[in-house]
Design a protein around this ligand. Structure first.
Ligand SMILES: N[C@@H](CCC(=O)N[C@@H](CS)C(=O)NCC(=O)O)C(=O)O
Length: 222
């Protein structure tokens, strides 16, 4: 099952995964942040993207989701990843982790300055299951799931016709919350995004950010 990091026999230190734990562009040199992580997990991707956007150095610890170590339950009672460790502070739940990171490392800000715009971005993140439910139904191959996914893609498309990013005028946490599933839908589930032009354009624009380009590489290697 493996031992928790810090014990004599770490489960899997992923020092070989270059590019994720390099010193950040802002020269961050604080205490080590650890991310319990899995490449195939889009919730982990949310956290990887924010860490990359903030230029925060971190140590990824890869969890085998098919054979999870027992000790992960000590860090998160649900046994799920991502889990972030910041010194002795342990935090599960990708959306909460991303908010935490955004406050802990304020630059660049990933939520709008305006309280109303911030609240709207959070509403989108709060309602993420509107997308994830049909997404996972399609992935499981459930009958008649695809029209429900298309309905949600169309909703995002309409929203992006009126604003450049899901977070508002600037890239931010709502974009981070959704894009890992869009990349997997497009690149792993052969979901054509072209019928949703604003959504497709949004994905293509995001791909120009190093944080998202790195995730496209992760998805390609799955
Ligand atoms: N609500 C959690 C969901 C995390 C989640 O479902 N992670 C998956 C991997 S993508 C997991 O650990 N699954 C193992 C399991 O469900 O037992 C979050 O946002 O962090």
């Amino acid at each position: 099952m493996g031992e928790p990091p810090g014990s004599p026999m770490p489960l899997h230190w992923s020092a070989s995964r270059t590019g994720r734990s390099a010193a950040g562009p802002r020269g961050y040199a604080g205490p080590v942040i650890t991310l319990y992580d899995a490449d195939r997990c889009p919730y982990c991707a949310r956290v990887r993207i924010v860490l990359a956007e903030k230029g925060v150095e971190y140590e990824p610890v890869i969890i085998d989701l098919d054979d999870r170590p027992a000790w992960i339950y000590e860090k998160n009672p649900t046994g799920r990843v991502p889990v972030l460790e910041d010194g002795a502070f342990v935090l599960p739940e990708s959306a909460v982790i991303d908010e935490y990171l955004n406050e802990r490392y304020p630059e660049p800000p990933l939520l709008p300055a305006d309280p109303g715009e911030r609240a709207l971005a959070r509403t989108l993140i709060f309602r993420f299951d509107h997308l994830s439910k049909p997404y996972y139904a399609v992935r499981r191959g459930d009958d008649n799931a695809r029209p429900h996914l298309d309905e949600q893609l169309a909703k995002l498309d309409r929203l992006l016709e009126g604003q450049a990013f899901l977070t508002g005028a600037e890239f931010g946490l709502a974009d981070v919350a959704y894009v890992p599933w869009m990349l997997r839908a497009r690149d792993r589930m052969a979901v054509d995004l072209h019928p949703f032009p604003a959504l497709n354009e949004w994905v293509e624009q995001l791909a120009e950010r190093p944080s998202i380009a790195a995730e496209i590489d992760v998805v390609a290697a799955l």
